[in-house]
Design a protein around this ligand. Sequence first.
Ligand SMILES: [Zn+2]
Length: 191
Amino acid sequence: MIKSFDLGFSSIPAQKKATKGILHMLKIVKYPASILTKKAKEVEEITPDLLSFVSQMEIAMEKNQGVGLAAPQIGVSKQIILVRGERKNQVFFNPKIRSKDKKGKVDEEGCLSLPGLFLPIKRAERVQVFCLTKDGKPVLLLAEGLAARIFQHEIDHLLGKLIIERITPLQRWKIREELNEIRKKGRVQKK
Ligand SMILES: [Zn+2]
């Protein structure tokens, strides 16, 4: 659940008339693409073009049944994330974690960029996130439970971090074959 202060979000109108070129852009970028390891750039101005891009992100997330999506996952290295809410999706620009609970909780997490892989990841149960709304308004919001997990996962993407970097070397060794398979498919997709 996301408790927000002065958020006033409305749902992002999904753009149905996507052109061929845009549809191509909507493909989810898979591991081991290098963009997934880069730090994303801050958004300087929220333009109509950027909001239209966000609508495309929303379509990509819905299509792939994700609960969250970060712009680098569709090939754009900018600090934009989408979080699926109970009723509507919300977009956040330049999100930064201000503070988080010390106590963490382990739960299974997947990632659209690592298809088929689910890993136990420890995350704080509550986080305070500072970000810009789609109106360019700076807000501080408090996310709990699943929403807190999604924020931490998506903000990790903006820092170039994937869930495979949040596990122990032993866990990573255990999934080495699965990861190899994903890597092979990811490389094929690139061509
Ligand atoms: Zn992910």
